[in-house]
Design a protein around this ligand. Structure first.
Ligand code: GLP
Length: 223
């Protein structure tokens, strides 16, 4: 798999925003899979600047913490703040994983699947919240977060104790059914895991390595 290395975070953000832009220009009724975390923030900024028509777009977020959705760090709030309230997307066109998880899967299937899925990567190789050991066939489900993930994400919550320990995530099987996938990674602390995932053994202990089995993945990295 080829990793395209970009010169700066700005370039990473605008490159991925342009992939989304092309998708929406060509297919205004696209279904997008969307990530959260620090990495995609610049991409959302760039997307907002492009003033695209989101009125026919349907979005499916990759994951949510099992927590109060009104919490400032909930992914629902993150998406509202960074993208949704700055575009003309219809509120009922944006979906987050929910229980029963099979109903969320039905929603994706009922909209004929995800056309373009944007992913980040965790330092342990997770994609969405599919932690090491997740089955490549997994579907949307409730998961316990890995210690490493809780530690990494505690920066948003002030302490490990206050960081959610569970989440609902799209499964690897769900993500792999996306027609196109873009993975973005920022920072040299991601380089090693990115290399292992893209060029190493395809194994459930490195969830992102499943992407080697997909025939339309683009990987963008900047340090
Ligand atoms: C979080 C999210 C992932 C995200 C990853 C990397 O735990 N659930 O979807 O890709 O961690 O986040 P960041 O971009 O903040 O490093």
């Amino acid at each position: 798999m080829e990793i395209k290395v970009l010169k700066s975070y700005k370039e990473l953000s605008s490159t991925v925003a342009n992939v989304v832009k092309r998708q929406l220009k060509k297919h205004p009724l696209s279904k997008l899979g969307l990530p959260t975390g620090d990495t995609p923030l610049g991409m959302y900024d760039e997307l907002v600047k492009r003033e695209l028509d989101w009125s026919h777009v349907i979005t499916f977020n990759l994951d949510v913490y099992l927590m109060n959705v009104d919490h400032p760090e909930s992914y629902q709030n993150y998406m509202r703040k960074n993208l949704f309230e700055k575009t003309n997307i219809y509120p009922d066109h944006s979906h987050f994983p929910f229980r029963p998880t099979s109903a969320f899967e039905d929603k994706i299937a009922g909209s004929m699947g995800i056309d373009l899925c944007i992913l980040g990567i965790g330092t342990n190789g997770h994609i969405a919240f599919n932690e090491p050991g997740s089955s490549f066939l997994s579907r949307t489900r409730v998961v316990d977060l890995d210690e490493q993930t809780i530690e990494d994400n505690s920066r948003f919550f002030g302490s490990v104790d206050d960081t959610p320990k569970q989440a609902i995530t799209m499964g690897l099987g769900t993500i792999m059914e996306s027609k196109k996938i873009v993975l973005m990674a920022n920072g040299d602390h991601k380089l090693n895991i990115l290399n292992v995932a893209m060029n190493g053994e395809v194994t459930e202990s490195i969830p992102a390595s499943v992407l080697q089995n997909h025939d339309n993945v683009k990987v963008f990295y900047c340090d």
